[in-house]
Write a protein that binds this ligand. Sequence first.
Ligand code: RET
Length: 260
Amino acid sequence: MFKSNLKRTSSLLLIGTLSLLTLGTAAAEGGDIDVTDMVAVSFWIATAMMLASTVFFILERQNVSAKWKTSMTVAALVTGVAWYHYTYMREHWVSTGESPLVLRYVDWLITVPLQVSEFYLILAAVGVASAALFWRLLGASLVMLIAGFLGEAEKAPEMPMLVIGVIAWVYIIYEIWAGEAKEKVSETSEGTQFAFKAMALILTFGWAIYPLGYYLGMDSGASDNLNILYNIADVVNKTAFGLMVWYAATMDSKSDSSEE
Ligand SMILES: *C/C=C(C)/C=C/C=C(C)/C=C/C1=C(C)CCCC1(C)C
């Protein structure tokens, strides 16, 4: 009892300190946005969602059983890193009206590997994933992101880069739905099975929003569509992804405590 109160107090202190440290950047200048600027509104909503999710995942970490704690930490890191970048991306959009291309890809370059690690961690903890699977997924996601960046930055032709990116993404989907983890996962806990299913669905349907945004943004001057879709996609794939992990964790944590 005392110990868990202590833990809770220390995590609240941590959050409090972090919030104070970052308030300056979070509440950036240029807070005025045009009411007709839907892209700016979507940047603001995504920023707030990322912050709220981060706080939620950190606090809820206390309520899940030990084996899920690392997964909750990684979920909080994903939304936390995204929140940090969103405060700048939002500012970039509001003050220039242009896509925050570099910031966006810097964020993805950190958060996508973190999510791949999350996927691997959950499966590796129950012995159904090999390190080789992790490296294959990481490699494919890097190919996907680098192709996307080169295309969007107009350092390489946009359409071929989209095709390369999509091939890498389809390969990831294939690994998940038909690869080595698939058969073995049915022997694991209810929570792990749920997390696996949810992640497979998110990587297939949630991730599909990104190539759509890229495609619609290829028309120069269509950066509104691209940014709104990317912002929605980030909320779905980071917040919802973390929530699925949290839900899976609570499923297992409940059955663990009733066994005691
Ligand atoms: C938190 C950020 C996430 C989960 C970002 C995911 C990004 C993608 C799935 C991007 C996919 C793309 C393709 C499939 C084709 C090429 C263009 C990209 C990079 C937008």
